[in-house]
Structures are given as structure tokens and as C-alpha cells.
Design a protein around this ligand. Structure first.
Ligand code: ADP
Length: 264
């Protein structure tokens, strides 16, 4: 049964323990974001990241053409190459793919994204972000059956061949659904979904269908995308989704043992 693991890219994530852990496994897809690297590279290039909050409270990165360029350089260039190289150092033959490769992540450009500015709802100008509509898993299946590990990240591609930024957590969920994965593990810089974001002891251990709507309001900022991703994965037939910490030894095994917030 294929496993999909997404590694976090924000500050405070530990990647090495995840790769050590994955190197002992087979039949998995690694999905990555890399927000920290996008921010770092953007600043170095004089294009610092900007974010907006939608009327429903979801925080997204601004993806005008100048920022999208940074996203592509940082994610499909630097972060992905570094992950493939780090797996190679562990004896794993991995292949990096953006969502554009092989038409892997098909997205629709978000029409009329809206942001709240000083209490007013405005259109987000020149936005090149997208919503994933489908996954063509052909290339993933071909790689997996050849014993290779796919390493997948944003951007995605539209039906017209436009490159659009997509959220990596949602991309991981879409990949897990398309592959019929049994489990999706979202590793991040906090132990899971927290009732009090600053207090790790307030972790929500289990979420089922009935309690999903109840926990969604807890997830502010970027955690909200993970809870939405968990919801999408479960709806698509994934048996279990775990949001867990990337820190400490064997984070994947620990998450699969229920260490984190388990959605079923
Ligand atoms: P990553 O790059 O690891 O995927 P993100 O920065 O996208 O991580 O999302 C994790 C962040 O979500 C946490 O560091 C935390 O600041 C924020 N967050 C907001 N609300 C919550 C919550 N209820 N529980 C846990 N984290 C939360």
C-alpha cells in the first residue's frame, strides 16, 4: 500500500530524520513545500514574500508573476534537488518532479482570489495561484514500479499549459487520493493540530468525520491548509491522515504509530 509523506518547509522543520526514516521503506511518494526557502530566496532576489488573508480566513502566498518565479526557482529548483540529493546520499534512487512534469498536478487558475485589507474585500491582482483539479498519476506509477521514489512539489499546470502555484499540503492530499494511498503523513514544525497553538500539550489526538467541522475553526493560518488537506484526502478514500512533528528520530514511523493528530 503506497504511503504519501509530505515534509514541511517552514522554519523549525527537521528533514534529515524523515529521510533517514524513509530510506528504510519502499513504495512511497515524498511531497514537499518549502516556504522558508521561498522566503529566503525572495529576499535575496529583492522580491520578499507577501501573503494575503481570504474572506474565509485562509492565508495564502501572493503569486504575481515576480513571486511565482521565485516559487519555481526555490521549490522545483533548490528544495527538490536538495531532497533528491539527500535521498541519494542514503542510497535511495529518487526522481524530482514538479506538478508540471508529466501533467502530474492539473490545476485551475483561481478566478478572482479575494483578500481582506483593512476590513475591505479586494481582488488579489495578477494572481497565478491555482486549485488542483486532478492528478495524472501515470508518471508516479511508472517510477514506483521501477523501484524509484518520486519527490513531488509545486507548481502545477493548467489545461492551457500555464504554471500556477498550489498549496503543497493540498497537493499531497491529491496525490494520496490518486494513488489510492492508505495513509498520508503531513510532517510539520508542531506536534499536530493544537487547541492552543502555542501549547503542545493541547494537541487534538483524534479527529473523525463527526468532529472535523468542530476542529476546523481551531486551525488558523497555515495549519488550516493541513486540516483541509486531511479532509480532502479522507473524502477521496485515504484511510488515515496524520499531522505530526518532523522533529526527533523516526518521524514517519512515529506518525504511523499514531503520534500526532490522527484523522480517520
Ligand atoms: P510546514 O511548512 O511545516 O508545512 P506551516 O507553517 O505551513 O508548516 O504550518 C504549520 C504552522 O501552523 C505552525 O507552525 C503554527 O504556527 C501554525 N498554526 C496555526 N494554528 C495552529 C493550530 N491550531 N495548531 C498547530 N499549529 C497551528
Amino acid at each position: 500500500m503506497t504511503l504519501v509523506v509530505k515534509v514541511g518547509g517552514a522554519a523549525g522543520n527537521a528533514v534529515a530524520p524523515t529521510l533517514d526514516d524513509l530510506a528504510r521503506r519502499s513504495d512511497y511518494v515524498l511531497v514537499h513545500g518549502g516556504s522558508d526557502e521561498v522566503d529566503r530566496l525572495g529576499t535575496a532576489l529583492g522580491r520578499p514574500s507577501e501573503f494575503y488573508t481570504s474572506p474565509s480566513g485562509v492565508v495564502s502566498r501572493k503569486s504575481d508573476p515576480a513571486h511565482l518565479e521565485v516559487v519555481v526557482l526555490a521549490l522545483a529548483g533548490k528544495v527538490q534537488t536538495a531532497l533528491v540529493a539527500a535521498l541519494a546520499a542514503r542510497g535511495v534512487r529518487a526522481v524530482g518532479l514538479s506538478g508540471v512534469d508529466g501533467g502530474l498536478l492539473r490545476a485551475r487558475r483561481k478566478e478572482g482570489a479575494r483578500e481582506v485589507v483593512d476590513g475591505r474585500v479586494l481582488r488579489v491582482p495578477e494572481d497565478w495561484s491555482g486549485t488542483i483539479e486532478s492528478v495524472d498519476a501515470t508518471v508516479l506509477r511508472a517510477l514506483l514500479s521501477a523501484g524509484l521514489v518520486p519527490v513531488v512539489g509545486p507548481p502545477a499546470v493548467t489545461a492551457r499549459g500555464e504554471v500556477v502555484n498550489v498549496d503543497a499540503d493540498r497537493a499531497a492530499a491529491a496525490v494520496a487520493v490518486a494513488l489510492g494511498a492508505s495513509d498520508l503523513v503531513l510532517l510539520t514544525n508542531v506536534p499536530g493540530l493544537l487547541r492552543e497553538p502555542a501549547d503542545p500539550s493541547t494537541i487534538v489526538r483524534e479527529v473523525d468525520r463527526a468532529s472535523l467541522d468542530e476542529v476546523l475553526p481551531l486551525a488558523a493560518g497555515r495549519m488550516r491548509k493541513k486540516v483541509l488537506a486531511a479532509q480532502e484526502a479522507l473524502r477521496g478514500g485515504v484511510r488515515r491522515v496524520v499531522i505530526a512533528s518532523s522533529q526527533g528520530p523516526s518521524p514517519v514511523a512515529r506518525a504511523l504509530d499514531g503520534g500526532g493528530t490522527v484523522f480517520r
